[in-house]
Design a protein around this ligand. Sequence first.
Ligand code: URA
Length: 267
Amino acid sequence: MLSNSSTTTLKSIVREGLKNLQEQGVRSVPVDDQARGILHSWSVSPPAAPSRGEPRELESPEQKIDYLRRRAANWSAARRLGSLREKMVFSVGDVHARLVLVGEAPGYDEERLGEPFVGRAGQKLNEILRAMGLRREQIYITNICKFRPSMGANQGTANRPPTPEEIAACLPLVLAELRAIRPVCVACLGATAAHGLLGGEGSVGSLRGIWHQLADNLPVRVTYHPSYLLRNESLSARRAVWEDMLAVMEKLELPISDKQRSYFLPK
Ligand code: URA
């Protein structure tokens, strides 16, 4: 693990090197999936190169997602780290969805059932979706890391967030999913997903409230993870998440009633 100052130096060397190449007319540089993920997490755009994720002959989102599901099961960038558990938990939902939700990583329940957000945080997420007038089947739910992070032999039901390296290893899969689905917008649930997808740092409090743009002008909203609401049931926390979801509903041009607009406002 590099110190913050070494990482900063390394970032500027890489940025400068890529800029020099660009000035010399180089338009593409071969980078493997892991390097691509790390560059993305540093907010450095790797020069365009054909992605290993999506062969051109796969045309439909169904085909592309199916292909990615199979690739993910043997994703060597993740396996190589040795810090993620064996079972891959792929995304769930509609491959034609207009909204993609990005969570952190599978936990105990998700690993057991092989589906994202099926534990307590998942129930909270379902509640939020119901309040929006949506069902899980109508959206696409993915995790920035597709394997439950390991905590050793006696892990039991405990979970931990994925490290930046674990996220970087899985990120090419998530970016390929987004390219396959081409949603209207994305919502990152929690800081881990936001940092992984958007790069950079900062608390959810500092990242929420605006639309971020991913490549291809894909709008991304950041909100608190549902498990935050399990720990903090205050009206202000619930309202904050709800305001983010109202912004998402507006972006999706979903109908919003006066009653929905006023959820979780102080009486
Ligand atoms: N939390 C997440 O971020 N993802 C899941 O799939 C479950 C809980």
